[in-house]
Design a protein around this ligand. Structure first.
Ligand code: FAD
Length: 416
């Protein structure tokens, strides 16, 4: 089958890989000059099944209210006249009940475990490299209430197969000696030994190379999707614009993997996807040779910040701001990342200035993505991966390839 994938972020490229392995003739288009240059560019770098608790959980409404108006708040809703944001926020609140949170954790853990496993197999099969480390993920807490709240979420994750276990402060320091200078402010932690880290952009671009070389996937960069054309209840083509002008691309099946921009292109077809951009920031800090920066990937849960060691760099990322499609860097939010980094790791010894970046997570109210057939039978979705698109990328690509190939996916799809 001829498949046209719209979007070459980590999700679109993983879809291309598994679809080409399944024998399909695949073309990928993206407006950027290479793969992985938007939200998949400088994310937190964590392959974190242990991050399966969605932002929408029973603690979220009060936390978000208490942070309201604080420029450096981990979760910041900016008040704006935006019907999509109102609708999304209402749905988000409905996902905050204990029952919905539990169901969402179950669905996210299931896909994330499947995906982490698929990534490992892909690594074995191809030898792909991306500064990856298999040293686990350590969640640390400096606030007793946050720690207690996390114990329940970790318990639910364990029930569904994610091996995230509580550890005391001494064990935190044993796992990651870079924490020894700040041991006195820690109240506890939990550790997921099988979680991983790595550079999502490098992975995405290297996998795109493998798709081209081993799967004969055709990538067309610098091509902007303008419109999906529907006729007779199906997609009949996609109008795109590039330096060469405007043209219509046709295929048997179409995959929308446009990250946060997917709902904008589907709306004219009458498909309203509750995917809203949640802006997050990262700082990439170059490290000196004698730096005591962590090598185990870490999450500072209270501040919603993650740390991943990428070779001689430390990636610090996190926080979320709901402010439409705005991609300007906010100085206060950038500094909040580096300030917290130096609080936790005073012996960091950077080798230069941090490089700041922000990206728009394609976020559903439940953090469960949309994967599968839309109501137009030859239009498929692979989008809405929110905080975990890198973690769930390989699994989502595999599941989608099975669906398009008419096979039953290896994991149940309830909730997707
Ligand atoms: C600060 C931050 C930290 C994060 N940390 C982690 C983490 O540690 N672990 C994790 O698993 N996830 C993390 N994420 C989430 C993860 O980065 C995203 O879920 C993932 O990158 C989404 O991938 P995607 O392919 O859906 O979207 P994208 O990477 O945005 O890809 C969409 C593609 O569509 C293209 N496109 C859009 N519109 C058009 C158009 N009209 N025409 C042509 N092309 C178009 C874009 O150019 C882009 O390449 C983080 C995100 C942020 C912002």
């Amino acid at each position: 089958m001829k498949v046209l994938i719209l979007g070459a972020g980590v999700v679109g490229v993983c879809s291309a890989w598994y679809l080409s392995r399944a024998g399909h003739q695949v073309t990928v288009v993206d407006r950027q000059p290479n793969a992985g240059l938007e939200t998949s560019f400088a994310n937190g770098g964590q392959i974190s099944v242990s991050h399966a608790e969605p932002w929408s959980n029973p603690h979220a409404p009060l936390r978000a209210l208490s942070w309201m108006g604080r420029e450096d708040a981990p979760l910041l809703f900016r008040l704006r006249l935006d019907a999509a944001l109102f609708d999304w926020s209402w749905r988000f609140l409905r996902e905050c009940t204990p029952g919905r949170t539990r169901d969402n954790i179950r669905d996210i853990v299931r896909l994330a475990l499947y995906s982490r496993d698929a990534l490992g197999r892909l690594r074995e099969e191809t030898g792909i490299r991306y500064d990856h480390l298999e040293r686990g993920i350590l969640h640390v807490y400096t606030d007793q209430k946050e720690f207690e709240a996390a114990i329940e979420a970790a318990r639910i994750m364990r029930e569904f197969g994610c091996e995230r276990y509580p550890v005391d402060v001494a064990k935190c320091v044993e796992i990651e000696p870079a924490l020894s200078a700040t041991r006195s402010i820690l109240v506890g932690g939990d550790f997921t030994a099988a979680d991983e880290s790595g550079d999502a952009r490098v992975f995405t671009q290297n996998l795109a190379g493998l798709c081209r070389d081993r799967g004969a996937v055709d990538f067309r960069f610098g091509v902007t999707v303008e419109r999906l054309l529907a006729a007779g209840g199906r997609i009949d083509g996609v109008t795109v614009r590039s330096e060469a002008g405007r043209e219509t691309l046709r295929a048997d099946a179409y995959v929308a993997a446009l990250g946060s921009y997917t709902p904008l292109l589907l709306r004219p077809l009458g498909i309203r996807l509750p995917v809203y951009p949640a802006k997050g920031y990262s700082a990439t800090i170059p490290l000196s040779a004698d730096s005591d920066a962590p090598t185990v990937a870490m999450t500072d849960d209270g501040h919603k910040i993650v740390f991943s060691r990428l070779g001689q760099r430390l990636r610090v990322a996190g926080t979320a701001e709901f402010n439409g499609y705005n991609t300007e860097l906010n100085e206060v939010r950038c500094q909040a990342l580096t300030t917290r980094t130096h609080e936790l790791f005073p012996e960091l010894r950077p080798a230069g200035e941090a490089e700041f970046w922000c990206g728009l997570r394609p976020t559903t109210p439940s953090n469960v993505p949309f994967i599968g057939q839309s109501r137009l039978p030859n239009l498929y979705l692979n989008t809405g991966h929110g905080t975990l698109g890198w973690t769930m990328g390989c699994g989502s690509g595999r599941v989608l390839a099975d669906i398009i190939s008419g096979k039953t996916p290896e994991i149940p799809l309830r909730g997707f």
